[in-house]
Write a protein that binds this ligand. Structure first.
Ligand code: AMP
Length: 371
């Protein structure tokens, strides 16, 4: 769940792969029910329909044939209403049942064109199935036999549909949204990598709000709040605090800063479920994570660094090697996977975290400047 950028526009997650497959499943059942006595020709309208047709025919168990026509009617996000190209069907369709498979029907102009093409071909039956349908803008008196998912009149991309050529390869559907206004950065790295130190410089430099979940927990422990008492049992042993508690606390911290330009998240997310919850939460606000910036430092260097810090930090979890090792174990088993999570969204930026503090701030700033 996230916001993506294609060319100059932003799109947010809208319909999941699972929802799409469910809709196709239902379409296949209905079509099969009506066509099982014959061998229908499924006719895809390129380009957008290629994924839909592939998934549809794979699920269709009866005999069938598959063919394609190409009708391009879009320029950018506005339907021009003009059909620019047609690559026709060459088969003899006389007496056959043809089921048109459309990825999306909005104004119905393309559909009208298809009706015009087929009206002289002496078909036995012509049926129309569409994966997506925009009832608010459909202007024709034509009948649509099978509808997958009805959607409002907002531009969508993904699952074969494009915005000026891009976005066809996504498994999910994304909907046009306004430009996010915040810069939200996940400062990432193993325990002791220097996230807290660096965040202190970076929040000033970029005017961002720094949220360190470790610091929030420690404040709660100091003030003996209910949350602090709960968190302490986990923190003292170097274990992660349960996700539901941490996620709830993070949302509260975000909500304390309604006018923020953005956040530096330090120590959050630490599990995949936290990352998903954060994406979903930001998405609801029309915002997203701009990037994960990771301080890369080898574990052996860090254990010594944390033990040294423990001499002055007063943190119980900094003073005992077994607890520190457990924190690394938690990091390796639950947190390190987040590198891949953000890499999959093209949002991972690794920075060498060994060296002089100012030099590392400079390396981080170079990435922050880009974000
Ligand atoms: P830190 O100050 O980031 O090293 O965090 C210290 C401790 O706080 C961790 O070892 C955990 O016990 C707890 N903690 C901080 N952030 C999280 C989080 N996102 N999820 C679970 N536990 C956390």
């Amino acid at each position: 769940m996230s916001i993506i950028k294609l060319h100059d526009k932003y799109f947010k997650s809208y319909i999941s792969e699972e929802q799409i497959q469910e809709a196709i499943n239902s379409l296949v059942k209905q079509v099969y029910n009506d066509c099982k006595e014959e061998t229908p020709i499924f006719l895809g309208i390129l380009n957008g329909c290629f994924m839909f047709v592939a998934d549809f025919v794979r699920q269709y168990n009866g005999d069938c044939e598959v063919s394609f026509v190409k009708l391009a009617s879009y320029e950018g996000t506005n339907s021009t209403g003009k059909i620019k190209q047609l690559v026709g069907v060459n088969e003899d369709l006389e007496g056959r049942t043809v089921v048109i498979l459309e990825d999306i029907i909005d104004t119905g102009n393309t559909l009208q064109e298809i009706y015009n093409i087929f009206k002289d071909k002496k078909l036995k039956k012509l049926k129309i199935a569409t994966l997506f349908f925009k009832p608010d803008v459909f202007k024709k008196a034509l009948h649509i036999d099978y509808i997958g998912i009805s959607i409002p009149d907002k531009f969508i991309v993904g699952y074969g549909l494009d915005y000026d050529g891009l976005g066809r390869n996504f498994a999910d559907i994304y909907q046009l949204t306004s430009k996010p206004t915040m810069t939200n950065i996940v400062l990432f790295g193993p325990p002791g990598a220097g996230k807290g130190t660096q965040a202190t410089f970076l929040k000033e430099k970029y005017g961002l709000v720094h949220i360190s979940t470790g610091d929030v927990f420690r404040d709660n422990i100091k003030n003996e709040t209910e949350l602090g008492i709960l968190a302490r049992t986990f923190m003292d042993g170097g274990d992660l605090v349960p996700d539901d508690v941490t996620i709830k606390m993070l949302k509260t911290e975000i909500e304390k800063n309604p006018d923020a330009n953005g956040f530096i998240f330090d120590g959050f997310p630490r599990t995949e479920s936290q990352a998903k919850a954060l994406d979903q939460y930001l998405l609801e606000k029309g915002e997203a994570i701009s990037g994960m910036v990771a301080l890369e430092v080898a574990e052996d260097l860090l254990v010594q660094r944390i033990l040294n810090r423990g001499k002055t930090s007063g943190r119980p979890d900094d003073q005992n090697e077994a607890k520190i090792r457990n924190r690394f174990n938690e990091y390796k088993t639950k947190t390190a996977v987040l590198k891949e999570y953000y890499q999959n969204q093209n949002k991972y930026f690794g920075v060498n975290g060994v060296g002089d503090i100012n030099e590392i701030t400079k390396r981080l700033s170079d990435v922050f400047d880009k974000l």
